[in-house]
Design a protein around this ligand. Structure first.
Ligand SMILES: [Zn+2]
Length: 225
């Protein structure tokens, strides 16, 4: 009985944690937004204790930070952004290499199908951003390495701390799908080196786009400088 009650508490905590995390991931809460325990409890229909524990866990994971007495969704500074993209490029490139080696024919067909389907949502940055995440997650799974999948999940969790998607940048959506196509082609050919290089180039282009967007937004918000 006791352990069943304990399991129930652990499950509620996990629910509150994943609910808050996906709300950040989906942009319901954006970097800089304040998270209030009572509001979260009400929004998600859970009691305050699991919410409080979930918030503590997210703070430990640097997803939230203290601002006086309140907790806000963390933002990434320029250095963190560069550090994150460096790790992401290496891990994603490794995933692509392993996917070229280990993906099943079914997994490759799913990847190819995703790129085809995603052409239908060009012009919708939010939908493309979700599709992009699905595409990359599919490559992670096709690597057939659970430790790599775990590490990439951590990287993608921190990616949620970027306020906006680079897919909204002019022309980036079409180019992104071309790059995805190159990755799928290399995996289909079982060309490990080419898959790795294509994915590394893709992440590098995404990072470059982000830096340009950041620079553009900074100059817009301080017209005197
Ligand atoms: Zn992508």
């Amino acid at each position: 009985m006791q352990s069943r009650a304990r399991n129930r508490i652990v499950r509620r905590m996990k629910d509150a944690y994943s609910l808050i995390l996906s709300a950040i991931d989906n942009g319901i809460y954006r970097p800089g937004d304040r998270l209030v325990e009572s509001e979260l409890a009400e929004r998600f229909g859970v009691s305050r204790t699991p919410v409080r524990e979930a918030l503590q866990r997210l703070e430990t994971q640097s997803m939230l930070k203290r601002d006086g007495r309140s907790l806000i969704v963390a933002t990434l500074d320029h250095n963190q952004l560069a550090e994150l993209y460096t790790v992401r490029a290496e891990l994603e490139a490794l995933a692509a290499r392993l996917a070229a080696r280990h993906a099943t024919p079914e997994e490759i067909r799913v990847l190819a199908g995703m790129v085809d389907e995603d052409h239908k949502i060009l012009g919708d940055p939010q939908a493309l951003s979700r599709a992009n995440r699905r595409f990359h997650h599919q490559i992670h799974l096709a690597s057939h390495n659970r430790y790599l999948v775990q590490q990439l999940d951590l990287v993608h969790r921190s990616m949620a701390l970027m306020a906006r998607t680079t897919l909204a940048a002019k022309g980036r959506d079409t180019v992104t799908l071309d790059e995805h196509q190159e990755i799928v082609d290399a995996i289909t050919l079982r060309d490990e080196a080419r898959a790795e290089a294509a994915l590394r180039r893709h992440i590098s282009m995404a990072f470059e786009t982000r830096l340009k967007e950041e620079a553009r937004l900074t100059s817009e918000s301080s017209p005197d400088a």
